[in-house]
Design a protein around this ligand. Structure first.
Ligand SMILES: NC(=O)c1ccc[n+]([C@@H]2O[C@H](COP(=O)([O-])OP(=O)(O)OC[C@H]3O[C@@H](n4cnc5c(N)ncnc54)[C@H](OP(=O)(O)O)[C@@H]3O)[C@@H](O)[C@H]2O)c1
Length: 238
């Protein structure tokens, strides 16, 4: 997929990795459709990016997601790329996880990406091409105490993504999964519940920049690669 003439929908574009994807893709010549709940942030970002539009949207509301995709198509005639990036963490031992919080992150990290994929697939099929990138997490590649609920939501996304890749290949649609490692964004300050603690005696891992993760995601859109892992060598394992 050429970035330069693509219409790219980014969920969670109001901060962190989503904002960095939007800026990098716009620099490469793409037209951006920015989705998030914080309207002020996506409106001011859209004002900086040539041709971009901001569509305030809570991605856990199916009607708002399908409405936003309809608005994007009305505006630009097509959607070439969907980046399912909106997400939230939760860091608590499993016996302390409130089921209501678990349901909420499942809605956001697992159900919402499915609904967004369903909203773009019919049009991408008609176009005979498209790229969908699902933002997972390196926590799904290991077994990390405290990350069980969050990693479970993202592990479910991994499977949706892998199956969608096979189901949509014949339609010219690529589906890719990206596994960011620790990235310096608001994510760690806006957990649904709990807090990330470093184990005593272990160094605080160096965080990637959102800009670095965004560059990897743009490469995945270009190549249609099945996955990209940002985890350090030797990280995966149990
Ligand atoms: N940072 C890391 O270390 C790390 C590591 C691995 C994976 N990830 C994944 O990377 C993705 C991006 O996270 P980030 O690090 O960039 O964190 P972030 O800065 O906190 O960004 C999260 C984004 O999700 C949006 N969002 C949250 N709930 C939403 C909702 N209901 N509807 C629409 N948008 C919603 C937020 O926008 P609004 O609040 O404005 O709606 C925000 O733009 C997430 O899927 C996260 O799980 C992050």
């Amino acid at each position: 997929m050429e970035i330069s003439d693509a219409v790219i929908v980014v969920t969670g574009a109001s901060s962190g990795i989503g904002e960095a994807i939007a800026r990098a893709a716009a620099r490469a010549g793409a037209t951006l459709v920015l989705l998030a709940r914080r309207e002020d942030r996506i409106r001011s970002l859209a004002a900086e990016l040539p041709g971009a539009i901001a569509l305030p949207c809570d991605v856990t509301d199916d009607g708002q997601v399908s409405g936003a995709i309809r608005s994007a198509v009305n505006e630009f005639g097509r959607v070439d790329v969907l980046v399912n990036n909106a997400g939230q963490g939760l860091h608590l031992p499993l016996d302390e996880v409130d089921p209501a919080d678990f349901r909420a992150i499942l809605e956001l990290n697992l159900v919402a990406p499915l609904v967004a994929m369903q909203a773009v697939i019919p049009m991408m099929r008609t176009q005979g091409r498209g790229s969908i990138v699902n933002i997972s997490s390196g926590t799904t590649l290991t077994v990390l105490p405290g990350a069980g609920a969050y990693a479970a939501s993202k592990a479910g996304l991994n499977m949706l993504s892998a199956v969608a890749r096979k189901e949509l290949a014949a339609d010219g649609i690529t589906v890719s999964t990206v596994y960011p490692y620790i990235t310096a964004t608001e994510f760690h300050q806006s957990l649904r519940a709990g807090a990330r603690r470093t184990a005593p005696g272990r160094p605080i891992p160096t965080a990637d920049t959102a800009e670095h993760v965004a560059d990897v995601i743009l490469d995945v859109i270009r190549s249609g690669a099945e996955e990209a892992r940002l985890t350090p060598d030797g990280f995966a394992g149990r």
